[in-house]
Ligand binder design. Structure first.
Ligand code: PLP
Length: 458
């Protein structure tokens, strides 16, 4: 029997709490949050019933079930592990670099209990958190000094704030880039207080442009920014790094190179264009080179600053160093990732390099195996990309599992509703699954997800 909307018929919180169902929900979600959810549902019921005599007041069990659904929605994690079937190896929206086992173990060990974060075990005295990666970076690149901050955006901000000191910074017009997510080099310069002196035209910058700017402006430094995510092709020109460095040093000021991705391995060994390496920039004479920890380095999010001790020291002492500092978890993870490079095992231990090194033939065999396993689709040639603001326009030949489905966009949505969600792409009305970016341990879950979305059981 339905009761007409009489607000007095809405059960009280106390009455709802006396039920077995309420006790069950409280056991799962805890009392305070359950109360909050019940009050929220009762508020909705009251609002929809007010002044509408035709409305039916829901039963106690209905109200409690609505509260349970609300609680589930509230607590559903928004940050979830997903399967990246896009073939974009460093996918910024999907968390960039997946980490090596040793990196994960180090991060867990450092964060599970206490750690020697700022404690020198030899002397028993206070130590520096910056020590954990500095020695490894010195070994790897031969730099005098290094420090690690929150991310590369922070590294650039810190470098400009500490070294430009509100004076002019000379930079080529073609390098005033937007990296994505609102990170624009000119804005970061403004934020640091540095005054921007642009040289050259959009497509061309000559050595004499730098020479002229250096003669006209009492600049604090010359900055170089890697054009991470786009290419300028055609009628273009840019002097060699070492020549700009020579002019800069002639004025007695430092040269700062924002490498962006900053590879430590040579990407051209894998059929890709050459992404500038940290070692090359240092060899060309850069005084400061900064790069990301989670792009082609393949480690946790971090900004890595390497270079001359005197300059890095000024950054270490700047107030922004504290505001941009890295936490113990990522310092431990970064040290473990750097160790792979030192032990010359990065190409098979660091997941992004393993993915880059995956040959088209290996990918094809995987895609063919999956087609057999799910009884649908075929392996077709395709392209993977490195992504993450590196190697723009560069693709890795791959094979994809191509699925013919009625409504590709709806199918993508179904894949996103799997547990874990599968993120794929479509091309020419087909859904493409690129094995290159799928971790070996995700294979089982991927196949289950595909079968579910295709409506196949077992
Ligand atoms: C990616 C990138 C940045 C920003 O690095 P984050 O680690 O994402 O903060 C800065 N400069 C360049 C050239 C980049 O490619």
């Amino acid at each position: 029997m339905s009761r007409m909307a009489d607000l007095r018929n809405i059960p009280s919180v106390e009455r709802l709490l006396q039920t077995r169902l309420a006790a069950e929900i409280i056991a799962e979600f805890g009392r305070p949050l359950t109360l909050q959810a019940i009050r929220s549902v009762l508020g909705d019921v009251r609002r929809s019933a007010a002044g509408k005599p035709q409305t039916t007041i829901p039963q106690r069990a209905d109200i409690l079930e609505r509260a349970r659904t609300l609680l589930e929605n509230w607590l559903e994690p928004t940050l979830q592990p997903v399967i990246n079937a896009t073939g974009v190896i460093i996918h910024t929206n999907l968390g960039r670099a997946p980490l090596s086992q040793a990196t994960l173990a180090a991060m867990q060990a450092a964060s599970h209990g206490y750690a020697s974060l700022e404690f020198d075990l030899a002397s028993g005295k206070r130590g520096s958190r910056l020590a954990h990666a500095e020695g490894l970076l010195q070994l790897l690149t031969g730099v005098e000094a290094a420090m690690v901050v929150n991310n590369n955006a922070a590294a650039v901000l810190l470098a400009l704030s500490a070294l430009a000191n509100r004076k002019s910074v000379i930079i080529a017009r073609s390098q005033l880039v937007e990296i994505g997510g609102g990170f624009r080099v000119p804005d970061v310069m403004k934020q640091s207080g540095a005054r921007l002196v642009e040289v050259g035209a959009t497509n061309k910058v000559h050595l004499r442009d730098y020479e002229q700017a250096l003669a006209e402006h009492p600049a604090a430094l010359v900055m170089h920014v890697h054009r991470s995510n786009f290419k300028i092709i055609g009628f273009t020109e840019e002097p060699e790094l070492k020549d700009i460095v020579r002019l800069t040093h002639g004025r007695g000021i430092p040269f700062v190179d924002d490498l962006g991705s900053g590879a430590l391995l040579d990407s051209s060994r894998y059929g890709l264009a050459h992404e500038p390496t940290v070692q090359e920039s240092l060899a060309a004479g850069s005084d400061i080179v900064c790069f990301s920890g989670d792009k082609m380095l393949g480690g946790p999010q971090a900004g890595i600053i390497t270079g001359k001790a005197e300059l890095v020291d000024r950054m270490k002492k700047h107030p922004l160093a504290r505001a941009t500092r890295a936490d113990k978890t990522r310092l431990a993870g970064l040290a473990a990732t750097l160790t792979h490079y030192l032990k010359n095992e990065a190409d098979h231990e660091v997941p992004i390099w393993r993915m880059i090194a995956f040959t088209p033939d290996q990918v094809r065999q995987t895609a063919e195996g999956w087609a057999v396993e799910i009884g649908q689709g075929e392996a077709l040639p395709g392209e993977s990309t490195v992504g993450g603001g590196s190697l723009p326009g560069e693709n890795l030949p791959t094979f994809v599992l191509a699925l013919d489905v009625k409504r590709p966009d709806q199918f993508l949505e179904k894949l996103r509703r799997q547990q874990p969600p599968v993120i794929a792409r479509t091309e020419n009305n087909r859904v493409l699954i690129d094995p290159r970016t799928i971790l070996p341990e995700q294979e089982g879950a991927l196949l289950v997800g595909l079968k579910n979305a295709l409506g196949k059981k077992g």
